[in-house]
Design a protein around this ligand. Sequence first.
Ligand code: FAD
Length: 281
Amino acid sequence: MIGKFTKGESPKQILQEVQKGKGLTRLIAGGTEINRLGSSVAADHLISLQNLSLNEIRKEGSLISIGAMVTFTEMLESDTIPAYLKEAVRFCGSFTRRNMATIGGNIAADRDDSYLMPTLLSAKARVLLGDISIDGKYNEEDIPLREYLEFRDHFNDSLILAVILNRPQRVVLSKRFARSVQSNAAVTVSFGASVEDGTLSDFRIFAAVKGTGIVRLSHIEEGIANRQFVEPEDVAPSATQNIAFVDDITGSSSYKRYILGSSVADLYKQSLSIVENGGDL
Ligand SMILES: Cc1cc2nc3c(=O)[nH]c(=O)nc-3n(C[C@H](O)[C@H](O)[C@H](O)COP(=O)(O)OP(=O)(O)OC[C@H]3O[C@@H](n4cnc5c(N)ncnc54)[C@H](O)[C@@H]3O)c2cc1C
């Protein structure tokens, strides 16, 4: 049960409190996940990030930095946020939740039906993290979001300060499958590739699969790069190899397998067509 609520004063002070709290002191951003009925976040002390000035969206050259406390609504209203990220933000159908939910909270929540994670991972986003080292010093490091996900437990007590997008020449396309916009998604999938001299390269394909978690389809990324598939449709049968799907309220395992395979093929086809038509990224 939450017995204490405080407002953090600086990243260092917050991280020290989290360290002292031994797993029961947690950060609170928009609070939509923490306060959700049935939330998996257990805490007796919550520290708000509200006073840290992490709510700026900045553009410096081709780099976009999105403060961890920027809300979904603020991203939608910004001229700086790329269209592909706004599309993922719209996967959250509730206007009330969009006004509260933050990009940092969405990443840290690491849900198997995450609105933003597949898109941010396919965009090759990076995260700026604040941490306290063993000798008590405060450090900041900028790492790929992929690495944050891969070593999620290691970063459990890290503070996400910002999300960085530094690949403007990328095509990123995403799809979400749910019974309604307000329901949990069975599958959210994203396909990303760099565009160089009219061709696609550096593929990233990620999906949030309900009951399974966030998965990377690296064998398909490699297969496309090695021209293993003649047509985009050929990707579908092998896309879901080695993924353990589960039956649940969002759909059967065979349904999830089918929509993931066919969506990856379709997103690949759409990406090729955007590049062939000299489309705007
Ligand atoms: C009815 C309902 C349905 C929902 N459906 C979905 C869904 O389908 N998909 C989905 O992705 N989400 C869903 N959510 C959860 C939530 O709305 C989003 O994930 C949201 O983006 C979380 O952001 P927040 O700022 O509210 O996080 P909070 O609730 O404040 O925090 C979430 C977690 O992130 C940690 N955290 C927050 N900020 C940081 C930071 N800067 N650095 C490190 N850790 C941090 C917190 O300690 C906590 O563990 C749902 C919530 C509700 C109430």
